[in-house]
Ligand binder design. Structure first.
Ligand code: ZN
Length: 132
């Protein structure tokens, strides 16, 4: 179960729309599985079908998260033109079974869809998402 505050959902969708047609990505920080903060990150792939976070930027954000007494809980990225479901590449690059992989789909632009997943050794487990 992942708890996402409504204002953070809005921020994520806004960022995904700004970056479209390229994929957008970011880091979700919180405590346990309660998200407190969204950090938008640059997608160094600059691609509509993949994302890669800038390692230096990631390091900076990780430090900020630690200094705020939070932890990294998830990674979010957008699918500008495909469903909110991990792609083959997403599965391949999912190195952290303890993280939630959140996908914002803009496939149906007026009705963004969000899914959260745990990915462990190629296996996808859909995670219940509570938006409040
Ligand atoms: Zn993806």
């Amino acid at each position: 179960m992942l708890y996402l505050p409504e204002n953070i959902v809005k921020e994520m969708i806004e960022y995904a729309r700004e970056e479209a047609p390229l994929e957008a990505c970011g880091i979700l920080a919180g405590r346990e599985k309660r998200i407190k903060r969204f950090y938008s990150m640059s997608n160094t792939d600059r691609s509509p079908r993949s994302y890669f976070m800038d390692p230096a930027e990631q390091l900076k954000v990780m430090k900020e998260i630690r200094n705020s007494n939070l932890e990294m809980v998830g990674i979010i990225h957008s699918h500008p033109a495909s469903p909110a479901y991990p792609s083959a590449r997403d599965i391949e690059l999912a190195f952290y079974p303890e993280l939630s992989y959140v996908i914002v789909s803009l496939e149906h632009n007026n009705q963004p869809d969000i899914g959260s997943f745990r990915i462990n050794k190629g296996k996808i487990i859909k995670e219940e998402l509570v938006i409040a």
